[in-house]
Design a protein around this ligand. Structure first.
Ligand code: FE
Length: 338
């Protein structure tokens, strides 16, 4: 009798695994090293395998468009809201209605129509050379356009989406005329033509090529925590953070986030994965491993970030970064931000 039961059980299990292998296919613009441990933890907890394809966001978007309804992808992860918005408007995503996602992710960090959600928050404040700038004299992004900062600012090129999103956030808050005036003033104050990534702007400020850098905080945090590169750490220690607009709209923030692909075959597993990524444990790991802020309130994060203190973040819905992207790109071009 016991043997019979055992056998029936065996067949059922084998049958299940053959007809329905639990898996989910993820296209990620987030690097494998930063996300793989989380995906492994998800697989261990649920038995669902995650097949990971990583690449640059624009290449992944192009690939999704080319594959169309035949795409094997179930989930897309990007490192900014602007590209999730692009994926949505290109018809690549479908809405997800999940009480778990809605409870975990504040409203301004998800698409109003449920096409994407934030998974982590990244801040883009003003950074300054501690030995040459009095932080009390610089309290808003707007002030960066003033003559006092002529030839003193380093920031990367306008084809970078982080800067496009910063400008888009200003378009959404202060309108086109004031934003354009600001960008023109900012460009006048550049210490050099834009070159390199965020980390290069921080290094340039540390080296005295400029006094101010605009960069995402996780780059500075990674440099401060660099175990291999002593010089990198020393550069970062020369740099301080100003949380701008604390009496106004707040610091410009963006998200890394995810959306469910329109043609997803493994829809249930995909939603489970998204829900796992906003769980307390995943949020803590995700934020800690990349020195970002958890999207879910109440989850703790890196001591490097806590040392910089709390700040008021701009609370606009981040879908506006996508909606104003085209206008931002045109404006930056007109104003000479290369
Ligand atoms: Fe980045």
């Amino acid at each position: 009798m016991r043997i019979l039961f055992a056998c029936i059980f065996c067949f059922t299990t084998i049958g299940l695994s053959v007809t329905h292998a639990a898996e989910v296919n993820l296209y990620s613009a987030r690097k494998e090293a930063l996300i793989k441990p989380l995906l492994d933890a998800f697989s261990a907890a649920t038995g669902t395998r995650v097949n990971l394809v990583t690449g640059k966001a624009d290449a992944l978007l192009k690939r999704l468009e080319t594959e169309g309804p035949n795409s094997p992808a179930d989930v897309l992860i990007t490192v900014d809201a602007g590209r999730l918005h692009r994926a949505k408007t290109a018809g690549l995503l479908q809405p997800v209605n999940s009480a778990i996602l809605e409870a975990a992710v504040p409203e301004n960090y998800r698409d109003p129509e449920h096409y994407w959600i934030g998974l982590s928050v990244r801040a883009r404040p003003i950074m300054y050379a501690k030995d040459r700038v009095d932080p009390a004299r610089l309290t808003t992004y707007e002030q960066l356009a003033e003559p006092a900062w002529r030839g003193r600012i380093c920031v990367r090129s306008s084809n970078n989406i982080y800067n496009q999103s910063l400008v888009a956030s200003m378009l959404a808050s202060i309108g086109q005329a004031k934003t354009e005036q600001w960008v023109r003033g900012l460009v006048t104050n550049f210490a050099r033509p834009p070159t390199g990534g965020d980390r290069d702007q921080i290094r340039a400020a540390a080296a005295g090529q400029c006094d101010i850098a605009i960069a995402n905080t996780y780059y500075l945090a990674r440099m401060l925590n660099s175990k291999k590169d002593e010089q990198q750490r020393q550069s970062a220690e020369k740099i301080g953070i100003i949380w701008p607009d604390q009496r106004g709209r707040g610091v410009h923030v963006n998200i890394s986030g995810a959306g469910l692909i329109k043609s997803a075959i493994h829809k249930q597993e995909a939603i489970k994965l998204l829900e796992y990524l906003v769980s307390d444990d995943a949020q803590r790991y995700y934020a800690l491993s990349n020195y970002e802020y958890p999207v879910k309130p109440g989850v703790d994060y890196s001591p490097t970030l806590t040392a910089w203190g709390e700040f008021k973040a701009d609370s606009i819905n981040l879908s506006l970064l996508g909606e104003h992207n085209t206008e931002a790109v045109k404006l930056m071009d007109r104003a000479g931000w290369r």
